[in-house]
Design a protein around this ligand. Structure first.
Ligand SMILES: C[S@@+](CC[C@H](N)C(=O)[O-])C[C@H]1O[C@@H](n2cnc3c(N)ncnc32)[C@H](O)[C@@H]1O
Length: 222
């Protein structure tokens, strides 16, 4: 792992102590609505023993929401910050979620093993090349016809809030995160054939739904 990435790991370890409070202040009660929207979009109602992987799982809010909705789920929260993972484990009273420490750019799973792979409000914070590697890895480990769900903040419409949003982007993420947010669907369309965009009811978050087609799988293996 590079020196920069180790530095970011330390930053997230410290941030883990304030992260939930920060999110509560930042999302103004929209957090639950956003998570419900993400879990609904996974379309797992008819799956028996669904398998879900949450990349950059942070303090676990998304993977825990999956665990609560689907009692027979195999759910994995994956993050490179031990501090974040520790906070997530403390919240898992059912003790059924698997939390693993690792880098999003190198997932320690076999090909085609999850029904859904998701990443919530984290992709924009990765550096350009790491983000691309992470997307390729998500595609590799999701099953054919499975979904990769990427939840990101929507750019606010109000000019003042929009300016604050960009300031936060610059402060929290690498310089290219602003560029990434502006690019819309194109970084995803470079990797997946089938990409659609959806919004939470409040419009605060957007969900990029990427499907791994069987055809793409065939092309990969040629
Ligand atoms: C903004 S938080 C998002 C947490 C969570 N997904 C949520 O929606 O609340 C970003 C998370 O990504 C993790 N992260 C950043 N870079 C990573 C990497 N290269 N590999 C794995 N995790 C990473 C951080 O440790 C942090 O927990």
């Amino acid at each position: 792992m590079s020196k920069i990435r180790r530095g970011r790991q330390k930053y997230y370890n410290i941030f883990s102590h304030f992260y939930d409070l920060f999110i509560k202040l930042h999302s103004h009660n929209y957090g639950e609505e956003t998570r419900k929207f993400l879990v609904d979009s996974a379309q797992l109602e008819k799956k028996i023993y669904p398998r879900v992987l949450d990349i950059c799982s942070g303090t676990g809010s998304v993977v825990l929401a999956f665990g609560t909705r689907f009692p027979d789920i195999l759910a994995v929260g994956y993050d490179f910050s031990l501090g974040m993972l520790q906070k997530a484990k403390e919240k898992d009273v059912s003790d059924k979620i698997i939390f693993l420490n690792g880098d999003a750019a190198r997932l320690s799973f076999a090909d085609d093993c999850f029904d859904v792979v998701c990443c919530s409000h984290a992709l924009y914070e990765l550096k350009n090349e790491v983000r691309k590697e992470a997307l390729l890895e998500m595609k590799r480990v999701v099953k054919p016809n499975g979904l990769v769900l990427i939840m990101e903040h929507e750019v606010p419409r109000n000019p003042l809030i929009k300016m604050l949003f960009y300031i936060r982007m610059m402060a929290m993420g690498p310089k290219d995160s602003r560029e990434f947010v502006k690019q819309g669907l194109s970084p995803f369309e470079k990797i997946f054939d089938n990409v659609t965009l959806s919004h939470s009811r409040s419009g605060k978050s957007k969900l990029i739904i990427c499907k791994k087609n069987r055809r793409e799988l065939l092309a990969q293996s040629l």
